[in-house]
Design a binder for this molecule. Sequence first.
Ligand SMILES: C[S@@+](CC[C@H](N)C(=O)[O-])C[C@H]1O[C@@H](n2cnc3c(N)ncnc32)[C@H](O)[C@@H]1O
Length: 199
Amino acid sequence: MKKIVWKLKVWSGKAFRMLLYWIYGFDQWHLFTLTERNYARDIIAYCNSRSIRNSFAEIGCGLGDILRNVKFTQRLGLDNDKNVLAAAAFLNKLYFKKNIRLGVFYFPESDFEGSYNVIVMVNWIHHVEPLTLKKKIEEYFEWFLQDGGVIIIDTVQDPEYEFNHNISFLTENVNCELVKIGDYERNREVWSIIKVKSK
Ligand SMILES: C[S@@+](CC[C@H](N)C(=O)[O-])C[C@H]1O[C@@H](n2cnc3c(N)ncnc32)[C@H](O)[C@@H]1O
């Protein structure tokens, strides 16, 4: 019975996404529903369990599945694909999500701004060269993350991906605690890089 309910959720979600895909013309990857993505659901649960939930940002937010489901006072979604952002804006209206801002952002070139409790960058950073990613993590950690806040990223260990990141290398220069949120298919690990409060 559980399996049937799961399948119904996935099929109905996919049919709706297919419709959006025809209208907005975004990448086919976004046909995957949130129901199918354990890592994303775990990130949502982790963020919603945090005690301070003022400001949340996701770079590479896609349709905003994570963004729409985290309970933060202010939410910002950034992506380099204006088609997927247009579809995300439609979904925000459909689900009456008023406190979500969206914007076009090209990592690593675009200037980031603001101050956040949580910054998420998952399921696309395997396209970013390690040293570039490391430098940006250091910059965001130092300038845009509040004390006690977290940057959430994923690492994969699979030769089919462009870059396999090493979490120790990426975080060796920041004063952080590391918590692993979970392990997923294709040796994907999702990490929370916690900014240790300054004394
Ligand atoms: C595979 S989707 C993941 C969406 C979301 N993070 C999730 O896990 O549910 C990757 C998203 O990141 C965006 N993206 C990829 N490279 C990017 C970059 N360099 N700068 C900004 N967005 C990027 C893509 O347009 C796409 O919407």
